[in-house]
Write a protein that binds this ligand. Structure first.
Ligand code: ASP
Length: 312
């Protein structure tokens, strides 16, 4: 007997998982976002008996993800989550900005039901494509007891939506759990083995995200590095940047050449947040730094949300 809460919605946004190359042995010379999400589902025999709905929300290479698509995605996911018969959502996505979409969705939706992003490092046409297994595993996670929040499932690993990072440009297990995180679990032969608490928190609400690109604040990321110059920050300031995230060296240090333009921005009321550009660790000893433990990309979203809240 089937339970009432069982429907799984699979939302397609593009990415390599929907990518196609001219040759089955070409894992890199492909075009992302070519195949429909319905066809990705149809290609997996084990999914045919599942109560799935496939919906194409976008068809892009996730390097080109944009704010209006995020706004549409967040709203659509919320609409499906609000349906009592829906157990959870799978989102097929490119790997390049997957961690940004996951972070955003967890902060605005903080869902009690599972929202599982999945992806692939090889196109669907590859001789050994990783997308079908990842999609199958993502569905297994939605069906698992106690699954909740925004997570990602790639290469059998379940990663926290606020913590995961893409750490490899080519390997199939391209993601890790973030410097202070750990895997939420693993999927083995369709069975989820859980290790730790899944994402929870307070939802900011999808309506916070404007559908009009022009209503999103302009927030940039700038790295501090040897030979840094004041010019880029000064140009952004003149052009009206509304927030800046610094990818700082080490434990939150910045090149002295950046000190004056940073101060000028802060004096003008433009928030400048610090993160570390180190792959491991956080900014230690700076409890006032809101982004001390975030990647520059997650911090950019967090600052964007903060600015959106001010004008909402
Ligand atoms: N450029 C692709 C994307 O992010 C890469 C991938 O999906 O692996 O859409």
């Amino acid at each position: 007997m089937q339970s009432r809460v069982e429907q799984i919605v699979i939302i397609g946004t593009g990415g390599t998982i929907a990518g196609a190359a001219g040759s089955a042995t070409d894992n890199v010379g492909y075009k992302a976002g070519q195949l429909s999400v319905a066809s990705l589902v149809a290609a997996i025999p084990a999914l045919q008996a599942e109560p799935l709905e496939a919906e194409q929300l976008a068809q892009l290479d996730s390097k080109d993800m944009d704010h209006p698509t995020w706004a549409r995605l967040a709203r659509r996911v919320q609409e499906h989550l609000d349906r009592p018969e829906v157990r959870g959502i799978v989102i097929t996505h490119g790997t390049d900005t997957l961690e940004e979409t996951a972070y955003l969705l967890q902060r605005v939706l903080a869902p009690r039901k599972p929202v599982v992003l999945t992806a692939a490092m090889r196109p669907a046409t590859a001789i050994q494509a990783d997308g079908p297994q990842n999609l199958l595993d993502a569905v297994a996670v939605v069906k698992a007891d106690g699954a909740q929040g925004v997570v990602a499932v790639v290469a059998g690993q379940v990663l926290h939506g606020l913590e995961l990072r893409k750490t490899h440009s080519y390997r199939l297990d391209a993601f890790d759990a973030g410097p202070d995180g750990g895997l939420l679990g693993v999927v083995e032969e369709g069975v989820l083995r859980r290790f730790r608490e899944w994402p929870r928190g307070e939802a900011l609400g999808a309506s916070l995200l404007p559908e009009d690109a022009a209503r999103w604040p302009w927030v940039e990321v700038l790295a501090s590095h040897a030979g840094a110059q004041a010019r880029a920050l000064q140009a952004w300031h003149t052009a009206g940047v509304q927030g800046v995230v610094l990818a700082c060296t080490g434990n939150g240090t910045v090149h002295e050449a950046l000190s004056a333009p940073i101060q000028a921005l802060r004096d003008a009321g433009v928030p400048v947040w610090r993160t570390t550009r180190c792959a491991q660790g956080r900014i230690v000893g700076a409890p006032e730094e809101k982004a001390a433990a975030l990647s520059p990309w997650a911090a950019r979203i967090e600052l964007t949300l903060e600015l959106l809240k001010r004008t909402h």
